[in-house]
Ligand binder design. Structure first.
Ligand code: ADP
Length: 450
């Protein structure tokens, strides 16, 4: 077992390209060369057996010598370390040619010499680069001419009528020459085609890696900018809170301590200033919350949505009672996602449906889920004031509100947070709405989050 492994490993080490080399045509040519030798060496040894039979019936040792020589030269070329692969190939091909010639000489034109010559020629076409395809065909032609001359001058021990033998040799060997040229013309077409495919694939791969590099560079830049932006908004909102606290604190003092000094107008001005400062405080808190989304590691878990909606119902029970709202919940699945994010999404959408309801009319909110192939699609439908089509995109922009704060309280950050959360979970959010009829907010989350 070990001998076999060592044998194969040595041949591969000496004759094949290294495993990590670019797998182009020369890689596969070298690989084929190693493969041919791996099988051919044992075959040559087995071929010695019929040669022994030849000795028994003819008493000639020549075939054993021929075969033995081929094996020895092949072994030498394969196992001597430090030789280049092209050199090994040349010696290998030459040793087979030598074997062919000896076979031709001693067995005659009807022996296997010609067949081996054709095989050698085909091996050459496969293991050498395309530009050398015709070399073996020319070599075959030369050998055939030399043999014809040898027959003519009676230098071969064939013992046939000289005139007939030359004619016969030309007839037989011309087939070999024809087949060699045909193979040289046709077989390289495969490698040429393969070469083109490999080259275009190589170009594509290079382009792809170039694109990937610039993409990862852009991603790294984006990530850096994101972190900077988050740090900036965090720092800005954090640092703004302190002076704001001072303003509200002193305005409070002013209102309390100098209550008797201020007239009605003065008190109203102080109230406006306090109200503005408080709104600004709320905006800063919202901004901080927005900048925090996604900054922590996302932990996913199984979420029972019926339970989640019930918790939201309890949280908003006062508004639900005040508005006498009906919340209809269709069967909801258990999903695997980010619980805090999903909770915030449902909470924002339900609270908006409660907030933007039509006064004095029955408030109905429907929550549904549809299973799609890759994701769950949720919907929250209300019969509220609705949104006009041109505002569909605007509502998701941070601090963008469609109504004055006097009519509906809020800072305009709820839907921006909702969108950011949905995207954090790998989904999409959009809406359909008609003014004075109601709105439906849809969002998706993938079924499986890795
Ligand atoms: P906020 O409610 O604090 O104003 P949001 O980001 O949640 O901020 O909403 C942005 C705007 O989208 C709101 O000012 C409102 O005009 C509109 N809006 C959101 N939800 C609804 C809804 N269910 N029906 C009608 N309008 C809505």
């Amino acid at each position: 077992m070990n001998i076999r492994k060592n044998y194969i490993d040595t041949i591969k080490r000496n004759c094949a390209s290294p495993e990590n080399a670019i797998k182009d045509l020369s890689y596969w040519r070298n690989n084929l060369f190693a493969g041919i030798i791996i099988y051919m060496l044992p075959f040559c040894l087995i071929a010695l057996v019929p040669c022994l039979y030849w000795i028994v019936i003819t008493g000639q040792y020549i075939m054993v010598v021929v075969d033995g020589l081929t094996v020895i030269s092949m072994m030498a070329v394969v196992f001597i370390p430090g030789l280049s692969i092209p050199f090994r190939k040349v010696i290998f091909v030459a040793s087979i040619y030598l074997c062919c010639l000896l076979m031709l000489y001693y067995i005659g034109m009807s022996g296997p010499g010609l067949i081996y010559m054709l095989i050698d020629s085909i091996i050459c076409i496969f293991i050498f680069p395309v530009q050398y395809a015709y070399w073996s065909a020319f070599l075959n032609t030369c050998i055939c001419i030399v043999v014809a001359l040898a027959i003519y001058f009676q230098l071969v021990p064939w013992g046939v009528n000289q005139q007939d033998a030359v004619g016969l040799w030309i007839t037989v060997s011309s087939h070999l020459v024809f087949l060699s040229f045909l193979s040289s013309a046709l077989i390289p077409r495969i490698s040429n085609g393969l070469q083109q495919t490999i080259e275009s694939e190589k170009i594509l791969r290079e382009e792809l890696s170039h694109e990937q590099q610039s993409l990862s560079h852009a991603m790294a830049m984006l990530e850096k900018k994101n972190i900077e932006l988050e740090q900036f908004s965090y720092a800005a909102s954090h640092d703004l809170q302190e002076p704001l606290r001072m303003i509200t604190g002193f305005l409070d003092q002013l209102e309390k301590k100098y209550e008797n000094i201020f007239d009605a107008k003065g008190k109203q001005y102080i109230w406006f200033a306090l109200d503005g400062a408080k709104r600004m405080q709320q905006l800063i808190v919202d901004l901080l919350e927005f900048s925090h989304i996604g900054s922590k590691q996302v932990i996913t878990e199984d979420i029972n949505l019926d339970e989640l909606i019930n918790e939201i119902r309890i949280l908003y029970c006062t508004q639900i009672e005040e508005k006498n709202a009906k919340i209809i919940v269709e069967p909801l699945p258990i999903v695997h996602s980010h619980k805090i994010a999903l909770n915030q999404v449902f909470q924002n959408l339900i609270s908006n449906s409660l907030k933007y309801s039509v006064a004095e009319s029955e408030v109905i909110i429907k929550i549904g889920a549809v299973e799609k192939e890759m994701h769950w699609q949720f919907s929250i439908t209300d019969n509220g004031i609705g949104i006009s089509k041109e505002d569909f995109e605007k509502v998701f922009i941070i601090f963008r509100r469609l109504h004055g704060k006097g009519k509906y309280p809020g800072t305009g950050i709820g839907l921006a947070i909702t969108k950011k959360n949905v995207e954090l979970m790998g989904g999409n959010i959009w809406l359909e709405s008609e003014e004075n009829i109601g709105s439906t907010f849809y969002f998706t989350i993938p079924k499986l989050l890795n």
